[in-house]
Design a protein. Structure first.
Length: 226
């Protein structure tokens, strides 16, 4: 699968899947914002916390993508079978189609992926509570590292997708692109971000986003057939 197509698709999934991100992570963002020292709840001071928080979250995504991309690389290279690489590419294309259906609201099967991470989160969630309320950007960063493992069908499906890249580098790039796509909605500050958030909440926008991702998946499938 062309890496550029995968990265564009991952970014769109993060950007246009904003309603799901806000629903899953809104409580954490609210807890962080209201837990800040009163003198740092506005202006640049608040941005330092939010940027530290989200930088760490995306860092966790990127590290997980590199790890699973490495798993895909081992599967593709240690087997010595070319068909394994083709299977991983097919898996990536099918996941894009599934993600498009999920974004468009036509199929919610990927929500089941959240259950897989539930046990991991059960062990990490108490650790995250130790950093609330965050008293410094450093604590916000540590909290963000843990937040990156919050059970989320959207995130975990992209993690599974990263296996099919069969490369630690491309797996990391895939999750980095996805994480950057989630930023506008989760920062959600300023007139432009407010406008974007309103657009993403519209079901027609979500359906358009889903359709675009489906088209990317079908395009990838077509390339495999040719």
């Amino acid at each position: 699968m062309p890496v550029d197509v995968s990265l564009i698709s991952a970014f769109l999934v993060g950007l246009l899947g904003g309603v799901h991100c806000v629903a899953m992570c809104g409580g954490i963002v609210t807890a962080l914002s209201f837990g800040l020292p009163e003198a740092e709840r506005s202006g640049f001071a608040r941005w330092r916390y939010l940027l530290a928080y989200n930088t760490a979250r995306i860092t966790s995504y990127t590290l997980a993508g590199a790890l699973l991309g490495g798993v895909g690389w081992l599967a593709a290279n240690w087997s010595g079978v070319h068909q394994v690489q083709l299977f991983l590419q097919l898996l990536a294309a099918l996941f894009m189609v599934a993600l498009g259906l999920y974004l468009g609201g036509w199929w919610q099967g990927l929500a089941r992926v959240e259950r897989v991470g539930g046990r991991v989160w059960a062990g990490l969630e108490p650790l995250g509570r130790r950093f609330l309320p965050a008293k410094s950007p450093g604590q916000a960063f540590l909290l963000g590292l843990i937040w990156g493992w919050l059970p989320c069908g959207l995130v975990y499906s992209v993690l599974v997708w990263s296996i099919s890249t069969a490369s630690p580098l491309y797996g990391a790039a895939l999750l980095l692109s996805f994480g950057l796509g989630t930023l506008p909605n989760l920062l959600a500050m300023g007139a432009a971000a407010t406008w974007l958030s309103a657009r993403v909440r519209d079901h027609r926008t979500r359906q358009l986003a889903g359709l675009l991702v489906i088209l990317f998946g079908l395009y990838s499938l077509l390339r495999l057939i040719q």
